[in-house]
Structures are given as structure tokens and as C-alpha cells.
Design a protein around this ligand. Structure first.
Ligand code: ADP
Ligand code: MG
Length: 333
């Protein structure tokens, strides 16, 4: 992790003190930051570069007009849409938007901080999740999707473990929480995460990254698509299927949580694409041998190629495997 001294300074971000870098993408860097005004607790700041210098190296002979010209890499409209959508959302399992601003070169999206980071790293750490832990996690993601699909009219379109962030359950001392006595060296300060698998507990899960999200047309309230009467059937159909995209991704995440590897994989992109198109996956032995038939049944209703037959969010939440415990009681995990 980057040290404090090496963190860049951004114009217009004087209110915040960057603490560490939490993530980086092609055009964005995400930092943990403190509020110098002490109004907010620590936040996450997604800094998005507006331009990138064209690299003319390795591209053969370029016209002089083209060389070293800055090109827009991130469309303003896309960033504004991401922020606009986040602004409308309010749910405990969705990363909150604190503020948005920009300078000449950057956009700044100020977000609620998820101190645990990506669920992705937790899967790597734990190899795979118990069914109870997987249920604890996926139910929260599903609650957020229910809100997005049924209330906000938004499809996320990029649900994956890198975009699922979490709050850790704090370390809880269970034995001898008193100050250490030298004679008691090994008994003192012993504790554990309230969570099952010891290595670190996952508390609240939050969906992040609305960079690919979209507002969908609601056929009931006839918003926000304008003149509904003129909408072509393929558009209406598209909108109806768009939610099912998130449900497929939810199935991929659930599969991955339970066994530790994704349902579809191939080194060749072409072969992988074929496998996905055909919905060609298996509950691979021995990894799936001890996972309940009920969990497999739920996964298979999500990884269904026909979007009409695929479970929607209501069906997902009503499935017996989900309903088994509907309270995220940490003690039970
Ligand atoms: P990108 O569009 O580049 O994928 P994201 O919004 O997904 O941007 O952010 C990139 C990464 O930054 C995330 O995968 C995560 O590791 C980290 N990150 C983003 N938002 C937060 C946050 N609110 N709290 C903690 N980490 C975050
Ligand atoms: Mg992302």
C-alpha cells in the first residue's frame, strides 16, 4: 500500500486529506480520505481522469496534428449519469454518494467508505464461503437489487465481486479481555471474529460502481421514458430483459462464493463466450459434492439461458435456500 508521502495532491480536493490508495482502474484511482472539516467520517474518493495523452509510440507514423493531443477518455455524460443515478439511491446495501465535484483535469466522486474493501479479496483469502456465509452475503446483494429493480428502476449491469464492498465485523475479544499479565501471556487478548471462518468477518455488504448502470423504463408507472406510446417493442422487450442481466450476474457471484471459482471459464475468450452463450457450466466434483442440492437448485434458476425463465429478484428472495435464515444473525454464522 502506498505511503502517505507518495499520495498525489489534486486541485479542488483541499477539504480532504488522502490517507491511502484503495483501488485503481484504467481511468480512476480510489483513495481513502479524511474530512478536514470533520463533518463526515472517512470517505472514499474516486478520482477520474478526464483526459489522457495520446501515446504515439508504437503506432507507426502519425500526423503531426495528432501527436501529443489530449483526448477525452471518459465521457462527461457517463460520469454525470453515474453520479445522477447514485444521487437518487438510498439503501443500506448500496454505497452512498457524499458529493461530486470536478477540476479542469479530474472528476471527484466522494463516496461512503467501505473499510473492508472488495468481496473479491475476501473470496481469495477464504478460498470459498460456507453456505451460511454465502447466504449472509448474497441476501444483502439481493436486497439491494430488489430496491434497484423494483423501486428505483435501475439496472446495475456490472455486478461482480470487485464491485461488492463490505464493512468488516470488528474483532471481538472473547477470552480474558483484561490487560495482559506476563504470566498469562498466551491466554490474554484471545478473541475471535464473531464470524464463522475466523479469518475475518464480513458485516454489511454494499454494491458499488454504477459506471455501467442504467435507468430502465417502468411499464407500470410509465416513467422515466417519456412518451411510452411511441416506444418500439424491441425497446420495451430490451428493458424487460435488462433486469435479468443482474440476475445472471447474481448467479455467477453465488456460484463463485460457494465453490471459490466462477461457473464459466476458459483461457480462450472465444471458447468462453461459447460456453456462456450455451449456459454450459457444471457443479464440478469434488468441490460441489458437499454443497446442498437446494443451493444448486437456486444457482441453476439464475444461470438459465432464457431470460424469461430465469428467476427474477422476487423469485430469488422467495427460494427456500434464501429463506432458511432471513436474519443476518452473526452468532449463527
Ligand atoms: P471502476 O469503474 O474503475 O471499476 P469502482 O467504482 O469500481 O471504479 O472503484 C474501483 C475500486 O476502488 C473498487 O473495486 C474498490 O476496490 C475501490 N473502491 C471503490 N469505491 C469504494 C468505497 N466506497 N470504499 C472502499 N473502496 C472502494
Ligand atoms: Mg469497478
Amino acid at each position: 500500500r502506498e505511503s502517505k508521502g507518495k499520495l498525489p495532491r489534486y486541485p479542488g480536493l483541499e477539504r480532504w486529506t488522502l490517507v491511502e490508495k484503495m483501488g485503481d482502474g484504467a481511468f480512476s484511482n480510489v483513495y481513502r480520505a479524511r474530512d478536514n472539516n470533520h463533518q463526515y467520517p472517512e470517505v472514499a474518493i474516486k478520482v477520474v481522469r478526464k483526459f489522457e495523452m495520446n501515446s504515439t509510440q508504437g503506432k507507426g507514423v502519425m500526423h503531426p496534428d495528432y501527436e501529443n493531443k489530449a483526448t477525452k477518455t471518459v465521457e462527461r455524460a457517463n460520469i454525470l449519469k453515474e453520479v445522477q443515478i447514485m444521487r437518487q439511491l438510498d439503501h443500506p446495501n448500496i454505497v452512498g454518494l457524499v458529493d461530486f465535484s470536478e477540476s479542469r483535469q479530474y472528476y471527484y466522486i466522494i463516496l461512503e467508505l467501505c473499510p473492508g474493501g472488495e468481496l473479491f479479496h475476501q473470496i481469495v483469502r477464504l478460498t470459498y464461503f460456507s453456505e451460511d456465509l454465502a447466504r449472509h452475503v448474497i441476501t444483502q446483494v439481493a436486497n439491494a437489487l430488489e430496491y434497484l429493480h423494483e423501486e428505483a428502476g435501475v439496472v446495475h449491469r456490472d455486478i461482480k465481486p470487485e464491485n461488492l464492498l463490505f464493512y468488516p465485523i470488528p474483532f471481538v475479544p472473547t477470552k480474558n479481555p483484561k490487560p495482559k499479565h506476563p504470566d498469562d501471556e498466551d491466554k490474554a487478548d484471545e478473541g475471535e471474529f464473531v464470524h464463522g471462518q475466523g479469518a475475518g468477518g464480513i458485516g454489511v455488504i454494499k454494491i458499488a460502481d454504477f459506471g455501467l448502470s442504467k435507468i430502465i423504463w417502468d411499464s407500470v408507472t410509465q416513467t422515466p421514458c417519456g412518451t411510452v406510446g411511441y416506444t418500439a417493442p424491441e425497446i420495451v422487450k430490451d428493458e424487460r430483459y435488462s433486469k435479468s442481466v443482474d440476475m445472471w450476474a447474481l448467479g455467477c457471484v453465488l456460484y463463485t462464493l460457494l465453490c471459490g471459482f466462477p461457473p464459466f471459464y476458459d483461457e480462450s475468450i472465444q471458447v468462453l463466450t461459447e460456453k456462456v452463450a450455451r449456459g454450459q457450466y457444471t457443479f464440478l466434483s469434488p468441490w460441489w459434492d458437499d454443497i446442498s442440492k437446494s443451493a444448486q437448485d437456486l444457482v441453476s434458476h439464475l444461470l438459465t439461458v432464457d431470460p424469461e425463465k430465469r428467476y427474477d429478484i422476487k423469485q430469488f428472495l422467495a427460494h427456500p435456500w434464501i429463506r432458511k435464515t432471513n436474519e443476518p444473525t452473526y452468532a449463527a454464522l
